[in-house]
Design a protein around this ligand. Structure first.
Ligand SMILES: O=C(O)c1cc(=O)[nH]c(=O)n1[C@@H]1O[C@H](COP(=O)(O)O)[C@@H](O)[C@H]1O
Length: 233
C-alpha cells in the first residue's frame, strides 16, 4: 500500500492494457491513486490490478456492484482478496445489500478495502431521476442514499462535489466523500452533468476526486496531473 496523501484518483479508463500501464509508468504513487473500472476490468481482469500493485499504486476497484445481497457480499470479498484499497457498490441496492457487503469485509480487519456506495451518478440530472420513477429532488435522493450507506456502516459515498458540503455537515469528517465529475477549467464536460473544478471540489470538503478524461485524453497526461496538483497546492 502506498502512503499517498494526494486527493486525486485517476480513472484509468482505456480500451487496452498497454495504454493504462504506459500512463502508470509516467506517474508516481505519491501523486495519485488509480481507479480500475468496468471497461478495464472486463478487458484485463485481476492481472491489471496486480501489475499496478507491483508499481506501488493503491487501487480503487470501481465495479459498482448492484445485485442480491449474497452476490454482492461474495463480490466485495473477492475484491478484498485482491488487496484493493477501495471498492464500491450502488446504495440503491438497499439496506440489506449494504449490510451484507459490510459484513463480508469484517474478516479482513484493518486490511479490508474501504467500502463506499454510489448515491446518484454524476451523469444524472433531475430529469433522469424522473425517468426512473424518483420524484424527490436530486439533493434529497443523494442524501437519502448517503444516509443508508452511513447507517449500514459503510466508509463513505460516491457523489457529486455539489452535494459534498451538505453531506459532510450531516455525516461528519470521517465519512469519506469520493467525487467524480471533476473538470479543470477549459476541459470538456462530456457525458457528465454535475461538475466542479478541482479547487472547488477541495473547498467543498471532498476527500477524493476521481478524474478521468481530463488526464487520460490529454496530450500529456503526466503533465495534466501535475497541473491539477499545482492548482490544489
Ligand atoms: O463510481 C464512479 O467512479 C463514478 C460514479 C459517478 O457517479 N460518476 C462517474 O463518472 N464515475 C466514474 O468516474 C470516472 C469519471 O471519468 P471522467 O468523466 O472521464 O473524468 C469514470 O470512470 C466513471 O465511471
Amino acid at each position: 500500500m502506498s502512503m499517498s496523501t494526494s486527493p486525486i484518483i485517476v480513472a484509468l479508463d482505456y480500451d487496452n492494457q498497454r495504454s493504462a500501464l504506459e500512463l502508470a509508468d509516467k506517474i508516481e504513487p505519491k501523486d495519485c491513486r488509480l481507479k480500475i473500472g468496468k471497461e478495464m476490468f472486463s478487458l484485463c481482469g485481476p492481472e491489471l490490478v496486480r501489475e499496478l500493485h507491483q508499481r506501488g499504486f493503491d487501487i480503487f476497484l470501481d465495479l459498482k456492484f448492484h445485485d442480491i445481497p449474497n452476490t454482492v457480499a461474495k463480490s466485495v470479498a473477492a475484491a478484498a482478496e485482491l488487496g484493493v484499497w477501495m471498492v464500491d457498490v450502488h446504495a440503491s441496492g438497499g439496506a440489506r445489500m449494504l449490510e451484507a457487503a459490510k459484513k463480508a469485509l469484517l474478516p479482513y480487519g484493518d486490511s479490508a478495502p474501504k467500502l463506499i456506495a454510489v448515491t446518484v451518478l454524476t451523469s444524472m440530472d433531475e430529469s433522469d431521476l424522473r425517468g426512473i420513477g424518483i420524484t424527490s429532488s436530486l439533493e434529497e435522493h443523494a442524501e437519502r442514499l448517503a444516509r443508508l450507506a452511513k447507517e449500514n456502516g459503510l466508509d463513505g459515498v460516491v457523489c457529486s462535489a455539489h452535494e459534498a458540503r451538505h453531506l459532510k455537515s450531516l455525516f461528519g469528517p470521517a465519512f469519506q466523500l469520493v467525487t467524480p465529475g471533476i473538470r479543470p477549467v477549459g476541459s470538456d464536460i462530456g457525458d457528465q452533468r454535475r461538475v466542479m473544478t478541482p479547487p472547488q471540489a477541495l473547498d467543498a470538503g471532498v476527500d477524493y476526486m476521481v478524474i478521468g478524461r481530463p488526464i487520460t485524453q490529454s496530450a500529456n497526461p503526466a503533465q495534466a496531473l501535475q497541473n491539477i496538483l499545482t492548482s490544489l497546492a
